[in-house]
Design a protein around this ligand. Sequence first.
Ligand SMILES: Nc1nc2c(c(=O)[nH]1)N[C@H]1C(S)=C(S)[C@@H](COP(=O)(O)OP(=O)(O)OC[C@H]3O[C@@H](n4cnc5c(=O)[nH]c(N)nc54)[C@H](O)[C@@H]3O)O[C@H]1N2
Ligand SMILES: Nc1nc2c(c(=O)[nH]1)N[C@H]1C(S)=C(S)[C@@H](COP(=O)(O)OP(=O)(O)OC[C@H]3O[C@@H](n4cnc5c(=O)[nH]c(N)nc54)[C@H](O)[C@@H]3O)O[C@H]1N2
Ligand code: SF4
Ligand SMILES: [Mo]
Length: 728
Amino acid sequence: MAKLPAPLPQLIDIYGPHPQRTPPHGWQDESRNPAEKLVKTHCCFCGQQCGIQLKVRDNQVIGFEPWEEFPFNQGKLCPKGVKRYLQSNHPDRLLDPLMRTDGGFRKTNWNEALDFTANRLREIQARYGKDSVAVFGGASLITEKAYLLGKFARVALGTRHIDYNGRLCMVSAGTGYKLAFNVDRSPIPWSDIAAANVVFVIGANIGECAPITTDYIWRARDHGAKLIVADPRMTPITRNADLYLPLRPGTDLVLLMSMLHVILREGLEDRGFIDAHTTGFGAVAESVKPYDPRTAADRTGVPPEAIEKAARLFATSERTVALHARGIEHQSKGVENVLALINLALATGNIGREGAGVAMITGQGNGQGGREHGQKCDQLPGARSINDPAARAHVAKVWGIQPDEIPQAGYSAQEIMNAIHAGEIKALLSTCFNPLVSLPQAEFTREALSKLEFFGVIDFFMSETAEHADVVLPGSLQEEEEGVTANVEGRVIHIQKAVDPPGNARGDSEIICDLARRLGKEKYFPYRTTREIFDELREASRGGISDYYGITYERIDREYGVAWPCPSADHPGTPRLFEGGVSMFPDGKCRFNVTEWRESGDPVSTDFPVYLTTGRVVSQYLSGTQTRRIGGLVDIYPEPRLELHPRLAAQHGIADKDWVTITSRRDEITLRAMVVKTIRPDTVFIPYHWANEQSANKLTHRTLDPRSKIPEFKVSACRIRKAEGAPR
Ligand SMILES: Nc1nc2c(c(=O)[nH]1)N[C@H]1C(S)=C(S)[C@@H](COP(=O)(O)OP(=O)(O)OC[C@H]3O[C@@H](n4cnc5c(=O)[nH]c(N)nc54)[C@H](O)[C@@H]3O)O[C@H]1N2
Ligand SMILES: Nc1nc2c(c(=O)[nH]1)N[C@H]1C(S)=C(S)[C@@H](COP(=O)(O)OP(=O)(O)OC[C@H]3O[C@@H](n4cnc5c(=O)[nH]c(N)nc54)[C@H](O)[C@@H]3O)O[C@H]1N2
Ligand code: SF4
Ligand SMILES: [Mo]
C-alpha cells in the first residue's frame, strides 16, 4: 500500500509531524476578543487550496489569519487569498431571488422563484423532451454540490446534458492521463517537486497562477535542481530558469516529440523501466523519427541546441518532475500535447518514485474533486465511465433507481452552447459558471443565451451571464456550506462552514434539493446536511477509480487531508500514484500513446499574421465575477492590456499605453498596449478576466480538441493596429 513519501534528508519535511500543530479544524476561541472566532478552512480560489483561517464575528467573515500548520502552504497566501474575505459582506451580494420582467429584474420570494423555475423546466421537457434541458455546474463548487448537481440532472430532470466549467480547464490533462494511466489525477504529492533534480515547466505560469508551487520549486533549487521553462512568454518564474524555451504558440507537440527524438537518438532512455512497466513504446519511437531538432526548430522557433539541452537535462537527471498547465492543454491538440509529455516521462522512467513524475497543475479551487463525482457529461461518481454497465448498476443502486434510468452521456459544455444556439436545447440551469466571459467567441454565446426559452442561474453575484437569465437564485459562497474539495495533489480537504448565507440567500445545495422536490423527486433528495450528501457520495464512489469510501470529515481534520483513492477507514490514502511504475490499468502497465501533429483551428495567415494567446494575471481570478469586485485586487491590474514585444509594437507605430485594436476572424476589441520584452515578437497576450468590450473571448474561436472537447484558448490568429483613441 502506498505510504506517505519519506522526505530526502536535505529537504524541509513538509509532511512529517509538526511540533506546533494546534488542534485540528473547528471553532477556536480567540483570547483577544471572545466575540471573534477563527475557522480553519481553505481559500475559495485556485487549485492550490491553501489553508487559511477565516476570522468571524457576528456571523460575518471580517478578516483572516494564516494557518501555518496546514502542510501544503504553511501559512503562505497569494494576493487573492489575502483579499478573499472581502467577498463575504460585499454590497453586490445577491440577497433575494430575482425574476426578469420587461423592465429588468424584480425581487421575489423563494416560493415564487422556485415554483416558476420548476414549472418552466417541466413545461419545456413536456413539450420538447427530457434532453431539451441542460445543466451547467462548476469546479468552484464543493464536491458535495458537484455530486448533487450530477444526480439532480440525471435523476430529477432525467436529462443527459450536464457538464461543467472544468471542461474549459482540466479535460485535456484528464483525457491524457486516462489514456496513459487509467486515472485522472496528478500522480505526485507536491513534496516530489521539492525533491526533484530537474523541474520541467511547460505552459504553466507558476508564479502568477500556482503561486504556492513556486515555493516547492525554490526548495528544489535550494539543493541544486535545474529549472527548464517552455512558454511563449517569459513569465516571472522564468527569470530563475536555467533554460528557457520560447516556443511559438501551439507548437508544443513538435518540441516534445523532438525531445524524445534526441533522447532515443542518444540512447538516454530507461530501457529497464520501459520493458518492465509500459506498452506501446515501439510505435512511439517510430513516430518521433522525423522530429530531429533542426526541423523542430523551424516549427517551434526554439534553437536546436536548446531542444537538445532540454532533452539531455530531462533524461540524465536522477529525478525529473514535469509540470504542465493550460498552456499546452488549451489547444485543439491539447490531449496530444499531454500524451507527448507523458511519453517523455515514461521513456526516462520518471514515474512512481520520489522526486520524479509528471503532473498537471489543477486550476480551479475544486478542479480535482469537482470532476470526479458526476457533473461531467461522461462520468458518474467515483470517476466512473457513464458507458460502463457495472458503473451504472453500482450508482443506480446507491440512488435507488434502475440502471437504465440513468441517461446516457450528453454533450460537453461548448457543445451544449452550440446546441442552444442551434435551437436543440431550450432551457439551461447554470450554477457556478460564467460562460459569456469564459467560453470562446463571446458573441456566439450571447446569441445562444438570447435563444433560451428558460434560463436559470444560481450565483452569489450578478455575473455577466446571469444578466441574461429569467430567474437568478442567490446562492452561497464557499464558506457558507460545509464540505470537501480536492487540492492539486488529489488531497481531499475539509471546507468548514464559517457563516450562514446573508439576507435571503441560501445554500446552493438547499436550492438544488428544493428544486428536486418541486420536480416531484423528493424521495431521492432527502438530505438535511451536506454531510449526508458526502456519506452517500462515499458509497457512490466506493470501488471506483476515485474511491472516497475511507474518507470522513473527521479523518481529514486529523490528517490534514487524505489523498484518494482511499477505499477503507484503515487505508492510508494514496499521496503518490503509480508507486513502483504500476498504473491503474488492470495489467498495471503504463501506456505510451502515439501523437500526431495537426495545425491549430485558427492558423495565422497573411491577413491574420500574429499569434494571439490568452490567460491570466496574478490578481484576477477566472471570469472576474469575484475578483473584479475586490478593490485591493483591481488596483494591482485594473484593466486588460495587450502584451506585445517592442519590435512588433514598433512595426505598427505603437507605444506603451497606446490604444490598440486587435482583430481576429470573429471580432475586434480595443485595449491599451503593454509593451514588454518578455514575449515572442510574433505573439500577443491578453488576460481574459474581463467582460464585454474588454473580453479576450470575443476574439477566440470555438475549435475543440476532438477527444477532450476543450476550446483552443491558447492559439488564435489576429492582426493589430494602432487605434485613434479609447473605444467608444
Ligand atoms: N491568478 C490566477 N491564478 C489562477 C487562475 C486565475 O484566474 N488567476 N485560474 C486558475 C485556473 S482555473 C487555471 S486553469 C490555472 C491556469 O494556470 P496556467 O495554465 O499556468 O495559466 P494561463 O495564464 O492560462 O496559461 C499558462 C501559460 O501558458 C502560456 N502559453 C500560451 N500559449 C502557449 C503555448 O502554445 N504553449 C505553451 N507551452 N505555453 C503557452 C502563457 O504564456 C501562460 O504563461 O490557474 C489557476 N490559478
Ligand atoms: N480566453 C480564455 N478563456 C478561458 C480561459 C483562458 O485561459 N483563456 N480559461 C478557461 C478556464 S481554465 C476556466 S477554469 C474557465 C473558468 O470560467 P468560469 O467558470 O465561467 O469562471 P468563474 O469566474 O469561475 O465563473 C463561475 C461563476 O460562478 C460563481 N461561483 C463561484 N463559486 C460559486 C459557488 O460556490 N456557488 C455558486 N452558486 N456560484 C459560484 C462566480 O461568482 C462566477 O459567476 O474559463 C476558461 N476560459
Ligand atoms: S488563490 Fe490559490 S495560491 Fe492564492 S491563496 Fe488562494 S488557493 Fe492559495
Ligand atoms: Mo481553469
